[in-house]
Design a protein around this ligand. Structure first.
Ligand SMILES: Nc1ncnc2c1ncn2[C@@H]1O[C@H](COP(=O)(O)OP(=O)(O)OP(=O)(O)O)[C@@H](O)[C@H]1O
Ligand SMILES: [Mg+2]
Length: 484
């Protein structure tokens, strides 16, 4: 019979060994991992067993354990057809299911010659909650989840230094693949009134891709390569001291695919879209706040930037031009005054009334933020401005280095038409196609116009004839207007 003293000293040495193992494990975890991995190892190190078991809790205190989360995703992809039980979930607003291990299920994984046994374990725990003012206590039941990971102890280093980083990488790319794209828009009034987040989102399910876009093949290739280069260049941007962002200015007539190109970029990169409507923002500081609350790996879009910029050109009368021009006002949206906007006389009282409504975001406010602070508070950002009138933009927007790539979205070209014919009608060759391309060189039609004609009939022959008639009518119209 062991004495009480022996039992106490054995327990103490077991506890000490556990602490040593824990601190060794901490030392072995690579630095990067340490920053965000909250791994709780409680090694059950049986002296005579060749196996070691790591326990990976779902939570470390109140914070979630990223190793647990990563393993949950990783193992969800490992579930085989023979698995008898697994968990399936689909969070609200998402349109994809996620699969993970069910409780007490086991999965065997192999990594670099090492056999790893995973077991999902759940335990019911009872906690006591006190109701403060009565002093009464109630018992609460909750469930604690963790994984047991068992493997031969000689592979401990490999598991900590290679297997876990591998799981983190795999789960990250699985998350990216399954990610539901989001389209964020501003809901400022609501946010102001209820103190809520300014952005609200809906699932972004736009079907446009680079395959469906009608544009010159060379230009399309250039854009894809530019995007690919951009996302790979994290270190490069850091090295040259530039914020990891890229600005695109898309310009061209309505219906030439500017918004469709943004959707294609978002689908290609798996980036969410933040649709920034400047009329919903009333000051530079508010603008800064909403921009700071956008996420990384996203596309910030300001559509029709010329309309936000050049109110004075479109509607202004001399008095207001003088007041507004020095302010470089981007947006004037006095809602209550909307219809009367700038229609007042030159009466100084009216002017005062108007100016008091001018709650503005200035162009320099936006550009300064995008150029300056942005670098320190976001990574992998794409900024897209669209306009129908590039010539009306303030030179500050066009300054070299501000919008890195200027893309002209043109009227439909013969090459663009090939994409539309393939997408809308599923054809790559037809005698009428040549005729259509011929006329297209002399008529200005947008891809939106062409698409609308092609949608009219499923039969390619009828649809193409319809388009030909439409083009001929446009051609005649053009000749007549030139003659007159
Ligand atoms: N280049 C294109 N390739 C394929 N489809 C296009 C293209 N351009 C326009 N379309 C079709 O026309 C519709 C309108 O196009 P889109 O909204 O992208 O044009 P836009 O240039 O953004 O116009 P606006 O200047 O009015 O905002 C799209 O939904 C799409 O079906
Ligand atoms: Mg558009």
């Amino acid at each position: 019979m062991p004495s009480a003293k022996t039992i106490v000293s054995t327990a103490a040495s077991v506890a000490a060994s556990a602490m040593v193992i824990r601190s060794i494990a901490r030392e072995l975890v690579p630095h990067e991992l340490k920053l965000f991995v909250l791994m709780n190892i409680r090694g059950l190190f049986e002296s005579f067993s060749s196996e070691i078991t790591l326990i990976i809790d779902q939570f470390d205190g109140l914070a979630s354990n990223q190793i647990y989360r990563a393993a949950d995703i990783y193992l969800g992809n490992k579930i085989s057809p023979s698995t008898k039980m697994f968990r399936v979930s689909m969070p609200e607003k998402e349109n994809k299911m996620s699969i993970s291990m069910a409780k007490n299920q086991e999965i065997v994984d192999h990594f670099d010659g090492v056999k790893l046994k995973w077991k999902q374990v759940t335990r019911q725990v009872e906690s006591t909650q006190y109701v403060s003012y009565t002093g009464q206590s109630t018992k609460m039941q909750s469930e604690i989840r963790y994984f047991n990971l068992t493997f031969h102890k000689q592979h401990k280093d490999k598991v900590l230094n290679s297997y876990f980083p591998y799981i983190l990488r795999k789960s990250k790319s699985a998350q990216e693949e399954n990610k539901t794209l989001k389209l964020y828009s501003l809901n400022q009034d609501h946010a102001r009134r209820f103190g809520l987040d300014s952005w609200h989102w809906i699932t972004f399910n736009h079907p446009a891709t680079f395959d469906t876009l009608a544009m010159e093949a060379e230009l399309k290739k250039m854009i894809i390569e530019d995007l690919e280069r951009f996302v790979k260049r994290k270190d490069y941007y850091r090295r040259v001291g530039k914020a990891w962002k890229r600005g695109y200015l898309l310009y061209g007539p309505p219906g030439t695919g500017k918004s469709s190109l943004i959707a294609a970029m978002s689908n290609y990169l798996n980036f969410d879209i933040y649709d920034l409507e400047l009329s919903a923002v009333h000051s530079n500081s508010e603008l800064r706040r909403v921009l700071l609350s956008t996420g990384n790996r996203s596309i910030l879009v300001v559509e029709d930037i010329d309309c936000s910029l050049e109110l004075e050109d479109r509607q202004a009368q001399p008095t207001t031009v003088n007041v507004l021009k020095p302010l470089r006002t981007m947006q004037v949206q006095p809602t209550a005054y909307d219809n009367k906007k700038l229609s007042f006389s030159k009466n100084p009282c009216d002017l005062f009334f108007f100016v008091s409504f001018v709650i503005q975001v200035t162009l320099s406010g936006l550009l300064n933020f995008l150029d300056g602070l942005w670098s320190s508070c976001g990574d992998e950002r794409i900024i897209v401005f669209t306009t129908n009138h590039k010539d009306r933009l303030d030179p500050a927007v066009l300054r070299p280095g501000r919008m890195d790539v200027h893309i002209y979205m043109s009227y439909c070209t013969p090459c663009g038409f090939d994409s539309l014919a393939a997408n809308y009608l599923g054809i790559t060759d037809h005698p009428l196609i040549y005729e259509i391309k011929e006329i297209m060189q002399n008529v200005r039609v947008t891809p939106a116009d062409v698409g609308e004609q092609l949608l009219k009939n499923e039969d390619p022959e009828i649809a193409l004839k319809g388009l030909l008639e439409f083009l001929n009518a446009k051609l005649i119209e053009g000749c007549e207007s030139q003659a007159s």
